[in-house]
Design a protein around this ligand. Sequence first.
Ligand code: LLP
Length: 421
Amino acid sequence: MITCDSLVYQPFQPTGDVLACDGVSIQSIVEHAGTPTYIYSARAIRESYRAIDDAFASYPHAIHYALKANSTLAIVRLLRSLGSRVDANSGGEIRVAERASFAPQDIVFTGVGKTRDELEYAVAAGVGTINAESAGELDRIAAIARGQGRVARVAVRVNPDIDPKSHPHISTGLKTNKFGVPLQEARAIYRARRETNGLRFVGVHIHIGSQITTLEPLTHAAESLVSLALELRDDGFTLEHVDLGGGLGIAYEGRPTISPADYAGAVTPELRRAGIPVVLEPGRAVVGYSGALVARVVDTKCFPDGRKFAVLDAGMGELIRPALYGSFHRIVPVAVHAGAESAWDIVGPICESSDVFARDRMMPPLEVDDLVAILDVGAYGSVMGSNYNRHLLPAEVLVDEGTWTTIRRRQTLEDVLALET
Ligand code: LLP
């Protein structure tokens, strides 16, 4: 039994002697799909989405799934079928949302460094809210909207200088981070533009970081944002929502973490002070547990000091989180050989010493041609892939109701070279 947070559905479990995704044999999938391949469980996505939706059932809310976590079309469509809306972080993600048949008003457009082209596109499309990152951006949105004879629905993203107690690379709400406007300046920015033609202020926005596993920073952020919303109400603004962003962490290491219910329980009392609907932008908590990267062992070696390496056919080009953040992912063999466990370094084939998935990981015996599954990679896995060393982007497969389909074919060298002269 693979355990993690006991309340969370775990899609990758042994069936008989071999690992399966929702009961479908991984071996049988990769016989056809090859390796490396991302395999996702539709059931895990449904259950995670519903856990968040149910947690906020007692408060008016809208879930805008953060596309940046995983924007493969079939997954985005699955989320739409569950009633989700979306958070897009670029013009490309807005177009993906449109391709998946989201209505423009169901899209919030966030992101530092929106280009003029992206803003023109978003204003013309009539996206639900543009979360502006600076006073200058608000003014550019206003000018674009007036030029198009439209009124853009906007919110301002505030930077409250709160430490999310997460990895420094994914902390976004500290005053040393590039994101948002300082909380203490936000009220003046709204007030100075209350009568600006082309702008309609519909909300306030915050996102302090990702993979947050303690409640205190999330509650503190909600409290700061709600206090701002109340001040803006005093100033005569009629806001439609407060947007708390994403950030809810998952239990990569198998230790219990905060659940959606804990999160809702902590922030709902704050929200009730304002009494206006909340927008949530979860990414990782929706799709994180749903995916595994299945790879094949292509070499093993043992150095004189006893260090053992298993080299996979997937590396940092397929999954960069361990190399970039030193992040932990559970790794399990698809079929287990008998024998004692020992410490292995599980590494990729890329010419970089950081191309390592795990060091000194206790594993059963590993042999060339074995399959292993790297777990909890549904979020920020495939989307962060690259072609470094001319590796090709892997295939992606979705398992649903006992069957599987390829939702992205494996990239070919011709696909890559088609861009080049
Ligand atoms: N909203 C905004 C404005 C964001 O910037 C993000 C994530 C989210 C929502 C979704 O956050 P989540 O619920 O997934 O924590 N590549 C990193 C994570 C980067 C997160 C960026 N922003 C990783 O692999 O851990």
